[in-house]
Design a protein around this ligand. Structure first.
Ligand code: UD1
Ligand code: UDP
Length: 364
């Protein structure tokens, strides 16, 4: 079987690392190997937003790099669509594999389905029910045109059932668990942080919060953004907040922005999971980080009005604080005081990638 994997943004490299490793394992044990071709759209292109993940996580180097990033939604998606189509013509894959909800996901799935190549969507079925989010548009459309819908949670399966997708499109829906959980289980055993991050953690004696802010709904709205930064500043007065800055957020703040918050460059995955394992809790608008906080048994305050990972809120380990300064500051007190239960296996058993590969191979 020939599989064309399409990635482009940071969280997709992390998800694809688990699946590429499962492919290598499969090929090691079987005489009928899977040929994986990796296409990087270039949506994320800084060294610490892209290359660092390929090298640390030993993801095979991309066979194609389109170099398409840093433009508007339409321009980026359109240019990707055109170039991915050319690669599909050339490679004639049996399946196109896409991840999550970025513009790269939509471009990949659309290019494939128009050429009658079946699409497998990893992280299918997630919904925020907020159609103003670019990610919601990307994932809803990708689910509509995929043949395999690999869901990370039971909620995601239910969302797809409620939409009646399987009846309409004959898609195959399954809850395989979360490939990001697979990644944490594997890499936490071998992750070595950089000296910079080790000494930062030593200096703070593990007494800090980890934060990230990058989502369009926060960074594109000056009031939301300044409320969030104010709240993190306020919290920093008693407990340091370490914030690896997404380039989108860095550009917005400008280089002379000063704050109590410890702003650092985006870090690699090994540094990130080391920070996660030492911090007291997480403040984030990231999708991936909400779950990783749970994997590391850390309370999480989500800087959004809704989340796709509703089971975390239902289990009381995640508080949806939105962008109100007072609510975020209040959430810190609440989340730190209460005892939390992290023992529920909400995201599978760590074999999501293997299940995905088994399912695809059964079809060929
Ligand atoms: C994208 C995804 C979002 C995901 C996030 C992960 C879409 C619509 N959004 O958002 O779902 O959560 O990735 O991080 O696909 N930039 C750089 N260097 C880089 C990458 C980006 O400078 O390596 C800057 C550019 O100015 C760019 C901006 O960040 O225009 C935004 O990047 P883009 O990929 O459009 O969206 P993200 O906010 O990263
Ligand atoms: N991450 C990282 N370095 C950073 C910030 C995030 O390695 O400086 C990792 C994080 O641990 C998680 C993934 O990137 O695995 C989440 O990506 P992001 O927040 O960019 O996107 P989202 O999950 O919101 O789509």
């Amino acid at each position: 079987m020939k599989l064309l994997t399409i990635v482009g943004a940071r969280p997709q490299f992390i998800k694809a690392a688990s699946v590429s490793r499962a492919i290598q394992q499969y090929n090691h044990n079987n005489s009928n190997p899977i040929q994986e071709i990796i296409l990087h759209t270039g949506q994320h292109y800084d060294k610490n937003m892209s290359d660092v993940f390929f090298s640390e996580m030993q993801i095979p180097q991309p066979n194609y790099h389109l170099g398409i990033g840093g433009s508007s939604h339409g321009a980026m998606t359109g240019r990707m669509l055109e170039k991915i189509e050319e690669v599909i013509f050339q490679e004639k894959p049996d399946v196109v594999l896409v991840y999550g909800d970025t513009n790269s996901t939509l471009a990949g799935s659309l290019a494939a389905v128009k050429l009658h190549i079946p699409v497998a969507h990893v992280e299918a079925g997630l919904r925020s029910f907020n159609i103003n989010m670019p990610e919601e548009v990307n994932r809803v459309l990708t689910d509509q045109i995929s043949k395999w819908l690999f869901c990370p949670t039971e909620t995601a399966v239910k969302n797809l059932q409620n939409e009646g997708i399987a009846e309409r499109t004959q898609a195959l829906i399954s809850n395989v668990g979360d490939v990001m959980y697979d990644a944490v289980l594997f890499y936490r055993k071998i992750a070595k942080p950089t000296d910079k991050i080790s000494s930062l953690i030593d200096k703070l004696s593990g007494n800090f919060y980890l934060a990230t802010v990058h989502r369009a709904e926060n960074t594109d709205d000056p009031i939301r953004f300044s409320n969030i930064m104010d709240a993190l500043n306020n919290i920093s007065e008693t407990t340091p907040v370490v914030l690896p800055l997404h380039p989108r957020t860095r550009k917005l703040l400008g280089s002379d922005y000063r704050s109590q918050v410890r702003l650092i460059e985006p870090v690699g995955y090994f540094d990130m999971i080391t920070l996660l394992s030492h911090c007291q809790g997480v403040f984030t608008d990231s999708g991936g980080l909400q779950k990783e906080a749970f994997f590391f048994k850390k309370p999480c305050v989500t800087l959004r009005d809704e989340t796709e990972w509703v089971e975390l809120v239902e289990h009381g380990v995640n508080i949806l604080a939105g962008s109100s300064r007072e609510t975020i500051i209040g959430a810190e007190k609440l989340i730190i005081q209460e005892h939390k239960n992290y023992s529920n296996p909400l995201y599978g058993d760590g074999s999501a990638a293997q299940k995905i590969i088994t399912s695809l191979m059964e079809a060929f």
